[in-house]
Every structure is written in structure tokens, then in C-alpha cells.
Design a protein. Structure first.
Length: 406
């Protein structure tokens, strides 16, 4: 028995209407009459209002900040929201130059407790941090006043940060805490070499984060990986200038959680002070672990210390040196790492005398020293790595305990 056309047609029309209704969930343009945002003026209230509407919408919605420059004093966009939200930044949002004008002490723009956020549009979050870097004494003063992070993601899940740029943040550019399943793809960080404390992406206590096709030039770590990070994949990331890709620092505070499942692949570092490193503090208050960490297919161009495990990380002499780190490092590999370095110590594995590193592998390491402070070399302590296809000077040439570098 065949279906009659008059029965099928209404069904077809209904489906057609339903699908167009979904596709058309109208964009919430902050410059529309409803929100009233204007170029070159402060759109904080317009954007907050658009967020409130988007967050209440039961259908997926899209916020649009069109091309142009807009001032934004800062806010935290809070969830939970009823459906996915795309935040399309086509123009530039500018933070106040004077940090005291921002409503929060440590954040310019926050996203808190949001599921299914997409940040897109090709625009720029401009933290206008040049003034703050000059006043930053956090390299010597531990009680220094905290500065504003451009983008703070807290409890963000199933989300994507796409082709947007974070520029000249006053502090870290991006900080993820307690996030799950977040992808960065086509993201850019841009700040000068002299900008202090401006880590590109910092990840802590987060699981299932992917960072790919991302370019990070800044004054501090390109990507820094804090305690409690699990299942992180970094591929096709370009770093420089800055301090390279770092796990840590770990082992400074009592409540730290283990780090595991870190894969850093196919990255290029240019003119960075370090390449790939794991750093832990001596005299850790508690036992912890960092394991299953793999660096593969990394190109170094004029990098200070390309390969580094430093378990005597103690900047500004703020720790009890000589008391071993209690962070156990195991199952770490450095494979196919090539290029040039500007410090003769190209490989340094300074593991904890209290908890030697275990299962460390070095293979296919090919680095050339471009300076004139003697021959290229490597220094290893409290570790017996498995070494495959590594030239003698890079294969733990010296096994004496070496002084730590900052
Ligand atoms: C991250 O990448 C892995 C494979 O490399 C994939 O299985 C996973 O779904 C990705 N996660 C996100 C959040 O994109
Ligand atoms: C790597 O990232 C760059 C952008 O930084 C992109 O243009 C390129 O297509 C990516 N390559 C692959 C293989 O994904
Ligand atoms: C290290 O790897 C070995 C073998 O691959 C595995 O049995 C062990 O559980 C791993 N240890 C950690 C702490 O990941």
C-alpha cells in the first residue's frame, strides 16, 4: 500500500519549515537597535544584554560583534545556558589601558560554566597591556598585584575557540581551569617578547583539550601546562618569541593533582628561550606525578635550551634548594627533535635526586649549536634514558648534577 501524495506533502512542508527555522535562529548583532552598540564606544552593556538573550534561548544562537573597534571594560559571561552559543567576534574589542578601570582584578573577559561555546569570527581581543607590563614586578615580588587575563575559561565544556586573536594581554592571554573537551583551532596569540607574564595558553585541571593550527608569539610560555591536566594534544602549533612549551611548574602547592597524557607533536619553536620542558620545584609539599608525556616531530629554530627536564626549578630563590622535588616524572619521550640552538647545553635532564625519572626516551635528536661558547653538549642527572639514534654529545654526555636554570 503506497502513501498518498496528499498525506506526504504536509509532512514534507513541515520538515522544510522546521529546518529553516532552526538554521535561521537570528544573529544577535550588538550594533542592532535592540542592543545599541556603536563603534569606538563602550559596548559592555550591549554585549552583556546579547549574552543574556543568547543564554536564555532554547535554540542555538549567535552573537555578532561586527567589524570595527569597540571598547569593552570587561565581564564574565556566565552559564549554564539553554543551548549552544556561537560568539562571533569580527571586529576588535579593546580593554581599558588602565587596569584599575576593569570591574574584576584578575580577568578581562571570562566565560564561566558554559557548554557548547564557539568563539569565532576572525576578530581580536586586545588587552592593551603595554602599560601594565612596565609596572609588573611579578618576577621579583611574589605579592605583586595580579593583572588581567584576556580570556579566562572556567568550567567550559564541548567548546571551540577558532580563528580569533588574543593580543597584548596584561597577564596570561588564555587560562583554562576545570574545562573539558575544548578545541583551539586557528587561534592566534600576539604580544612582544618584552611583555612579562603573558603566557599564551595556560591549562590547569582540564581534560581532553586539543590545540591545533595555532600561532603563539608572546613574552612568556607559549603553552603552559599546570597540575591536573589530562589528555592534552598539541599539534601544528608555532611558538615564538617566548619561553617555549612547558609542563609546570609543578610541585609548589599542596593541593596539586597529577599530570598525564600529554602529546605535543609537529610543532615549530622559533627564537624561544626554551624548547620543550618539564619544570618542578624542589621541596614540594606533597608527592605528585607527571607521566605519559610525549614530544614528537619538533623543529627548533634558534632556541635556547631545546630539551629540558628541570626538577630544581627555583626562580628568584624562593624555595629550599637542595631538598629534592617530590614530583615523580615517568614515561616521557622526546622523539625526532631537530634544528638549531643558541645555548651549548642542548639537552638537559636534571631529575630529582629523591625520585629519579623513569622510562625516559630520547630518539632521533639532531640539534646544532649556533653560538661560540664551546661544543654542543648534554647534561643528565638522576635519569637513565633509553637513547636511540642520538649523537654522542647529545646523549647525556655529562651525568653530574647540574645547576638549575630559571
Ligand atoms: C581531540 O583530538 C582527538 C584525536 O586527536 C579527538 O578524538 C577528539 O575528539 C578531539 N577533541 C576535541 C575536543 O576536539
Ligand atoms: C598548520 O597550521 C597552519 C596555521 O598556523 C595552517 O595554515 C596549516 O594548514 C596547518 N597544517 C595542517 C597540516 O593542519
Ligand atoms: C609507564 O609505561 C608502562 C609501560 O608502557 C606502564 O606499564 C606504566 O603503567 C606507565 N606508568 C605511568 C605512571 O604512566
Amino acid at each position: 500500500m503506497g502513501l498518498k501524495l496528499k498525506n506526504v506533502l504536509p509532512m514534507f512542508v513541515f520538515l522544510l519549515l522546521a529546518s529553516t527555522a532552526k538554521a535561521q535562529s537570528a544573529a544577535l548583532d550588538v550594533t542592532s537597535e535592540k542592543y545599541g552598540g556603536k563603534p569606538d564606544s563602550d559596548i559592555t552593556q550591549a554585549l552583556e544584554k546579547a549574552w543574556t538573550d543568547a543564554c536564555a534561548s532554547t535554540a542555538p544562537s549567535k552573537i555578532v560583534v561586527p567589524k570595527g573597534t569597540f571598547k569593552f571594560v570587561g565581564t564574565t559571561f556566565k552559564g549554564p545556558c539553554k543551548a549552544a552559543i556561537e560568539f562571533q567576534l569580527q571586529g576588535t574589542l579593546q580593554a581599558p589601558v588602565d587596569g584599575s578601570q576593569l570591574p574584576k582584578d584578575d580577568t578581562w573577559i571570562g566565560f564561566d560554566n558554559v557548554d557548547g561555546l564557539t568563539l569565532s569570527g576572525g576578530g581580536t581581543f586586545d588587552g592593551q597591556g603595554a602599560q601594565s607590563w612596565k609596572n609588573n614586578d611579578c618576577n621579583k615580588n611574589r605579592q605583586c598585584k595580579s593583572k588581567h587575563i584576556n580570556l579566562r575559561f572556567h568550567l567550559l565544556t564541548n567548546s571551540k575557540i577558532l580563528d580569533v586573536t588574543s593580543k597584548d594581554s596584561k597577564n596570561f592571554h588564555v587560562n583554562l581551569l576545570k574545562c573539558e573537551k575544548v578545541e583551539f583551532n586557528g587561534f592566534t596569540v600576539s604580544a612582544p617578547k618584552e611583555s612579562m607574564n603573558t603566557d599564551g595558553i595556560h591549562i590547569g585541571r582540564s581534560t581532553g583539550i586539543n590545540i591545533t593550527a595555532t600561532t603563539i608569539g608572546t613574552g612568556d610560555d607559549c603553552i603552559s601546562i599546570g597540575d591536573g591536566t589530562k589528555d592534552l594534544t598539541v599539534t601544528n602549533v608555532t611558538c615564538g618569541p617566548g619561553h617555549g612549551i612547558a609542563i609546570g611548574s609543578l610541585g609548589r602547592y599542596p593541593e596539586e593533582e597529577p599530570v598525564s597524557g600529554i602529546n605535543i607533536k609537529k610543532c615549530t619553536l622559533t627564537d624561544t628561550t626554551n624548547g620543550v620542558r618539564i619544570k618542578t620545584w624542589p621541596a614540594s609539599p606533597k608527592d605528585s606525578t607527571a607521566s605519559d608525556i610525549h614530544f614528537e616531530d619538533i623543529t627548533m629554530v634558534n632556541v635556547g635550551n631545546p630539551i629540558l627536564i628541570d626538577q630544581e626549578y627555583c626562580p628568584w630563590n624562593e624555595c629550599k634548594k637542595g631538598v629534592p622535588s617530590k614530583v615523580k616524572i615517568s614515561n616521557v619521550s622526546f622523539k625526532n627533535i631537530k634544528g638549531t640552538c643558541t645555548d651549548p647545553v642542548a639537552v638537559k635532564l636534571a631529575c630529582s635526586p629523591g625520585l629519579p625519572c623513569e622510562n625516559v626516551e630520547l630518539s632521533d635528536i639532531d640539534l646544532k649549536y649556533t653560538g661560540d661558547k664551546g661544543p654542543i653538549t648534554s647534561v643528565c642527572s638522576n635519569v637513565k634514558p633509553t637513547i636511540t639514534r642520538v649523537a654522542q654529545p647529545l646523549a647525556c654526555a655529562t651525568s653530574a648534577a647540574a645547576p638549575a636554570s630559571a
